[in-house]
Design a protein around this ligand. Structure first.
Ligand code: NDP
Length: 367
């Protein structure tokens, strides 16, 4: 019965919910985030910020706000006068994440920032510092660390159900069209498939193990003559070694038909999540001996879970599970992978961390 009760949990009264200004009305915002706010339990949409005010007003009205709740980027600081806007959700091209995090911190707003946190370690560090100095929370929007499937997989890995884990394998590939997209421009994206889709492999492997890699090596490849890849890379393959001896082998690409998978291999069994990074219909199977079980968990809106978690952290004054430091660590790992690739694939040593979940806050609630 508990499960049903959780499913039926009521939203908080609107006046108690955390109000968000969503910055950037692109594909993710329009297709996923605004609908997720509509079913938020601790979160509600309070304002939208866009380069296109006409579209922003339309979006505001469509989601129950008034036309006055739509702002231009130039008017961003006016959000500081809004007591009902507690946080911003930054959903802009990657290289703009730092600027808007710093501007939000300056006007005293908490920051939920899309992945990758930034386009360099330096920017990510500056974002963490800006929020700390301003006394506001910063969370990296890693939805896969809030989904029931990924938590069930993490429990299978960490409970010993698979025996001693030895190897992981993760792939995230898709075909990126050549449509003048910011994703193919280095200045806006910071890199190619690695920070966009490969990051899911880096981050989810770390989440499942709870450990930090101590060494990485990688190679980068772009098809010669393919004009999509004059500024950013097409494909990256890399390896991450962990202090426990676990090895993860990963690959990402902008040049292959969609596949998003994670496989974990242990002395007593294996698990697979396939698809592993989609918004819906994730599928987790665990095999021990001859027995193959599909782990069924109730479907949840991943963006609602993630946003409601941040809202509860704001309401209760606690650190988010995936704070800025968690995004910063991935930035360091990605820079090390690129460095290895530039240096002929030689292994690059990373700072060693003892203990588990060293960059994460307290575990999130599950509803
Ligand atoms: P889109 O290109 O669809 O949208 C980005 C929006 O940013 C634009 O629509 C525009 O909104 C605004 N913008 C401001 N300046 C620029 C500029 N110079 N060039 C282009 N757009 C600009 O991107 P996505 O929505 O797919 O991605 C946004 C962010 O979300 C990225 O950081 C991405 O990595 C992340 N993301 C995360 C996902 C997840 O599952 N967590 C999935 C997809 C993306 P406007 O017209 O309102 O100004």
């Amino acid at each position: 019965m508990t499960g049903n009760k959780e499913q039926a949990a009521l939203p908080q009264p609107a006046a108690q919910q955390v109000g968000y200004a969503v910055i950037g009305l692109g594909k993710l915002t329009l297709e996923e985030l605004l609908p997720a706010f509509a079913v938020g339990r601790a979160s509600r949409l309070a304002a939208v910020v866009s380069g296109n005010l006409t579209e922003a007003r339309e979006a505001a009205l469509a989601y129950g706000l008034s036309a006055d709740d739509a702002y231009s980027y130039d008017d961003f600081e006016k959000l500081g006068e809004r007591d009902d806007v507690h946080a911003v959700y930054i959903v802009l091209p990657n290289s703009l994440h730092r600027e808007y995090t710093e501007r939000a911190a300056k006007i005293g707003k908490h920051v939920l920032c899309e992945k990758p946190l930034a386009t360099s370690v330096e920017d990510a560090e500056a974002m963490v510092k800006a929020c700390k100095d301003a006394g506001v929370l910063l969370m990296t929007a890693y939805r896969c660390q809030y989904t029931p499937h990924h938590w069930a997989a993490r429990e299978a890995v960490q409970s010993g159900r698979l025996g001693q884990v030895k190897l992981l394998h993760s792939v995230n590939v898709q075909i990126e069209p050549n449509e003048g997209q910011w994703r193919l421009k280095r200045k806006l994206a910071g890199g190619g498939s690695l920070p966009d889709v490969g990051l899911y492999c880096v981050n989810t492997v770390r989440f499942l193990l709870g450990e930090e890699p101590c060494e990485v090596s990688g190679t980068v490849h772009s098809t010669p003559g393919d004009e999509r890849f004059t500024e950013v890379e097409e494909s990256v393959t890399w390896q991450m070694r962990f202090p426990s001896g676990v090895v993860a082998q990963c690959a990402c690409s902008y040049g292959a038909a969609t596949a998003r998978t994670i496989d974990v291999f242990g002395t007593g069994g294996r698990l697979a999540i396939d698809p592993a990074f989609d918004y819906q219909n994730l599928r987790l199977t665990v095999q021990t001996g001859q027995e193959v079980t599909e782990v069924r968990v109730p479907p949840e809106d991943q963006f609602r879970l993630e946003t409601d978690h941040f809202s509860r952290c704001i309401q209760e004054g606690r650190a988010p599970y995936t704070p800025g430091e968690e995004g910063l660590q991935d930035q360091k790992i990605m820079e090390a992978i690129y460095r290895s690739a530039r240096e002929g694939g030689r292994p690059v040593t990373l700072e060693r961390f003892e203990g588990r979940d060293v960059f994460r806050g307290p575990a999130p609630e599950r509803s």
